[in-house]
Design a protein around this ligand. Structure first.
Ligand SMILES: Nc1ncnc2c1ncn2[C@@H]1O[C@H](COP(=O)(O)OP(=O)(O)OP(=O)(O)O)[C@@H](O)[C@H]1O
Length: 230
């Protein structure tokens, strides 16, 4: 499903080069739920941005569903991202003047899907994330946990090959954090969604099946846990 092969990345600013990731290698199978754990500055966001095709690596490969995304041109990559990659942000990134349902439908609007089908897909996913009764509300009328549920539904609506979540519970209290991770685990189990979850919290990482740990831009551990996801 996902293969990261000998991936290295450096940032260059004003003639100065900062190496950030060093020869990262791992694979994620379809249906796996993996945590990418590391302290601040370890390179998690850089790795996530590279895997989601938001930046090009200095060297190495990123293969998703058999396609090497590092070689794609901008147009092909934008289309690939829209159809194959789901993204969940720490700060939800919902559009305030669109309803909950319209927010979830938005990726399908970009795909040119007909309104009736869009509405059906969005409504069905909102049911699955426990927001069946809130489809016509606006994001500001929801709690943080509910807004993150909308963002989760939006990430799944295009039926992507893989979903990347960047600190998805970073803005939530402990109880809501647990509920959101419960939901991700349930979606992983029932719909076999492949998740890569970036976190700096061991408590979140422990609940997945597998933890890949970064330290100073190097992969220092890739271990199966007795996590709850399967
Ligand atoms: N555009 C950039 N130019 C130069 N250095 C950068 C750039 N972006 C990130 N870095 C450096 O790369 C290293 C890794 O940053 P990154 O944001 O990937 O870490 P992180 O593990 O996601 O941290 P956090 O949990 O704080 O977000 C840091 O030392 C950071 O200063």
């Amino acid at each position: 499903m996902l293969a990261v092969e000998q991936l290295s990345h450096s940032f260059t600013n004003g003639g100065e080069t900062t190496p950030v990731l060093h020869h990262i290698d791992f694979k994620v199978d379809k249906g796996e739920m993996v945590a990418l754990l590391g302290s601040s500055g370890s390179g998690k966001s850089t790795l996530l941005n590279l895997m989601a095709g938001l930046m090009k690596p200095t060297s190495g490969r990123i293969v998703i569903g058999g396609c090497g995304i590092e070689t794609m041109n901008e147009n092909r990559l934008a289309e690939f991202r829209r159809s194959q990659i789901g993204f969940i942000f720490q700060s939800y990134e919902l559009i305030p003047h669109l309803t909950v349902r319209e927010n979830v439908e938005l990726p399908l609007v970009f795909q040119g899907m007909k309104a009736k089908l869009r509405r059906e897909k969005a409504t069905s996913l909102l049911d699955k994330v426990g927001l069946g009764g809130k489809t016509e509300m606006f994001p500001s009328q929801l709690s943080g946990g509910q807004q993150q549920r909308v963002s989760i539904a939006r990430s799944l609506v295009t039926e992507p090959a893989i979903v990347f979540a960047d600190e998805p519970t970073g803005n939530l209290d402990t109880k809501t954090e647990k509920e959101i991770i419960d939901l991700l685990i349930e979606l992983n189990r029932t719909l076999r969604i492949t998740f890569v979850i970036v976190t700096h919290e061991l408590e979140v990482a422990k609940r997945t099946q597998r933890v890949i740990q970064l330290r100073d831009g190097r992969l220092v551990e890739d271990a199966a846990w007795a996590g709850e996801a399967q």
